[in-house]
Design a protein around this ligand. Structure first.
Ligand SMILES: *Cc1c(COP(=O)(O)O)cnc(C)c1O
Length: 406
């Protein structure tokens, strides 16, 4: 008899996006003429940069000809892309990262979900709240938690984000082995300073722990004093893995390309205390279970690092940040406390009440869709997230409707 992985039964169904969809559909049926503006989902809306589209087309043409055709590529990604990443994103910013420490993949969602499988089941895992749900659910599937109660799994160490700490969690009071961090943050838009990240790196070194740092939104950092990579922090090469993606920065959510940096200095330990290279383990896992990203997509991603590509990506980021700034200013003018929206495409707003009531007010009175913070964890209750991924015209329209409604 085929039996299931019982850990899957512990997963709490996330009703967040289906609940949102139901309420939106009901509203649209009752108000068929009303144009709904969606500032909820974390997906980009603008086209791929022209430099990427040109490289993408040219690579497809290569695939159409026997002489230039590409079959399987290296599992870790083509050198042309790994080199462009190591130079363009790290070495040029003073971070000592080598080409062969970069693993190209089809998404930071998969990488941030898969990485935990190279570690033991009895490690202590620390996860922020509110949070991108992938980190929690993949540890549940792997059997590192007990049952959920009141929205929290036993066996996990939750790192609370709240107004008092500015949604930058404090160090855990109990020892932990694996730590998930994400800055600029989804959903809160909060950013961490170098000093704050230094505390985490120092903690990881002292506790022989590992940080999984999700930098999917690094391109939105405008303040030059803020770190864009964990490797700007001293000691991070020993204790941190970084996930990045072309999804939010270059509009690749539907094209699929991302990468993970695993420095050769990162170590994990056997039960008897022998040090093992995390780079070797991940290389083994990646080459066994993954066959790389298509050649045309890697060529399109490489074009992000060309002169035109860089300025076109910057233009996209600036566009979304203008939306974010506008949303934040308008919400503050209406008397709401906001976090994010300055170095991030998300604005996290104190709803002055419960998340879903605020969501319903926004939908029914303004025809605007946002995301209730409660869907991202216990500490998200009482907040909503507004995303800057839409046209400036729609954002202006949404904000004038919200001012009228609130
Ligand atoms: C969007 C997002 C990602 C990127 O996922 P991809 O699979 O690369 O599209 C990763 N982490 C967070 C927190 C995100 O919001």
């Amino acid at each position: 008899m085929i039996k299931i992985n019982e850990n899957y039964k512990k997963l709490q169904a996330s009703y967040l996006f289906s609940d949102i969809a139901k309420r939106v559909t009901a509203f649209q049926q009752a108000n068929p003429d009303k144009h709904i503006i969606r500032l909820g989902i974390g997906d980009v809306t603008r086209a791929l940069p022209d430099a990427c589209v040109k490289a993408f087309h040219a690579a497809v043409d290569e695939m159409a000809n026997d002489a230039t055709f590409h079959g399987y590529g290296p599992e870790q990604g083509y050198d042309f892309l790994r080199e462009a990443i190591a130079k363009g994103d790290y070495q040029s910013r003073g971070c000592n990262i080598d080409t062969d420490e970069v693993f190209v993949s089809d998404g930071a969602k998969c990488d941030s979900g898969n990485f935990q499988e190279i570690f033991a089941n009895d490690i202590n895992v620390a996860i922020p709240d509110p949070v991108y749900p992938v980190y929690v659910d993949t540890n549940v599937m792997a059997g590192r938690t007990g049952q959920a109660e009141d929205g929290r799994y036993s066996g996990l160490t939750y790192l609370d984000g709240n107004k008092a700490n500015g949604f930058i969690p404090d160090l855990p009071s109990e020892p932990v082995d694996l730590i998930y961090l994400c800055f600029p943050n989804n959903p809160t838009g909060a950013t961490a300073t170098k000093e704050q990240l230094q505390q985490w790196v120092d903690y990881a070194i002292a506790n022989k722990a590992l940080i999984l740092f999700d930098a999917a939104y690094e391109a939105f950092v405008q303040d030059e004093s803020l770190p864009r990579s964990i490797y700007e922090i001293e000691g991070a090469r020993q204790v941190a893995v970084e996930f990045r993606s072309f999804s939010k920065t270059a509009g690749f959510t539907g094209t699929r390309c991302a990468y993970t940096v695993v420095p050769k200095d990162c170590t994990a330990y056997t039960a008897s205390g022998e040090a093992v290279s995390i780079h070797d383990l991940w290389n083994r896992r990646h080459t066994t279970k993954f066959n790389s990203v298509s050649y045309p997509v890697q060529k399109a991603a490489e074009a992000v690092y060309s002169k035109e590509g860089r300025s076109q990506v910057q233009e996209l980021v600036t566009y979304y940040l203008k939306n974010a700034k506008y949303i934040r200013e308008q919400m503050e003018a209406l008397g709401y406390d906001c976090i994010g929206g300055e170095n991030s495409p998300y604005i996290w707003i104190d709803a002055k009440g419960d998340s879903w009531t605020f969501f319903d007010t926004m939908l029914n009175n303004a025809g605007v869709v946002c995301t209730p913070g409660a869907g991202f964890g216990k500490c998200g209750e009482g907040y909503i997230r507004i995303s800057a991924f839409n046209s400036f015209e729609n954002v202006q329209d949404a904000m004038s409707r919200i001012s009228g409604a609130l």
